[in-house]
Design a protein around this ligand. Structure first.
Ligand code: URA
Length: 222
């Protein structure tokens, strides 16, 4: 990332619609996740657990609709989530996060999306797309652990918008200020949830201090 201006953490902390977790249990799990001695089985479990905690935070503003139910004792008015919930894991690193989300919203639809960048045109190419054509969702969460340059997240949100989704949130584990600013400026209408905001990108585009390669560490392909 030489020659590219990287904003400081403080410059992006006040961006609207950016939510950075401050829960002590999250910090505890994040410390274990970042530790280089954490092996793939524990790493994957932690990604799922962090995904569930992020899901709890990211779904706090969902809309409910009233319904009638009967408890074993009497009828009552209940409230259910209005409309379906979609989760779009960006392959492959988003898979563990999506699993964690499902622990919280078990009937969410999972829309897998595989993106690859054409190095010549810098355009996103979809190599896998399981987005349905009939879309009736309250919200779709695009999930990918590392918000580094922001390229894949921006492309994924573009694809979801073209599919007619009008409420989209991005959920990640660690953001770099550069990617956070890019995503927020390109798509000011989405909410962005992350567990941590790190310092910068290194010359290879890795987040520092970060956790290394989130895909390799989940799937043992180091
Ligand atoms: N993707 C990763 O897996 N890690 C980073 O630090 C940046 C992008």
């Amino acid at each position: 990332m030489q020659g590219i201006h990287q904003p400081k953490r403080e410059e992006v902390l006040k961006l609207p619609r950016v939510h950075i977790s401050s829960h002590p249990v999250m910090e505890h799990k994040m410390t274990a996740l970042r530790d280089k001695t954490t092996q793939p089985p524990d790493f994957y479990r932690l990604v799922k657990e962090i995904g569930a905690l992020l899901a709890y935070e990211a779904t706090a503003s969902l809309t409910l609709q009233e319904c009638d139910i009967e408890t074993p004792l009497k009828p009552m008015r209940g409230r259910r989530l209005a409309g379906g919930i979609g989760i779009t894991p960006i392959l492959r690193a988003g898979l563990g996060l999506a699993e964690g989300f499902r622990e919280v919203i078990s009937d969410a639809q999972i829309w897998h999306l595989g993106l690859r960048r054409d190095e010549r045109t810098l355009q996103a190419q979809e190599y896998y797309n399981q987005l349905p054509h009939q879309v009736n969702l309250q919200v779709c969460y695009a999930v990918d652990p590392m918000l580094a340059t922001g390229g894949s997240a921006i492309d994924a949100v573009n694809i979801l918008k073209r599919r007619g989704i009008d409420r989209i949130s991005y959920v990640g584990i660690i953001a770099a200020p550069y990617g956070l600013l890019k995503l927020s400026q390109t798509h000011p209408d989405i909410d962005i949830y992350v567990a941590a905001l790190d310092e910068e990108l290194n010359e290879l585009g890795y987040i520092v201090p970060g956790l290394g390669d989130a895909g390799d560490r989940q799937f043992g392909t180091l």
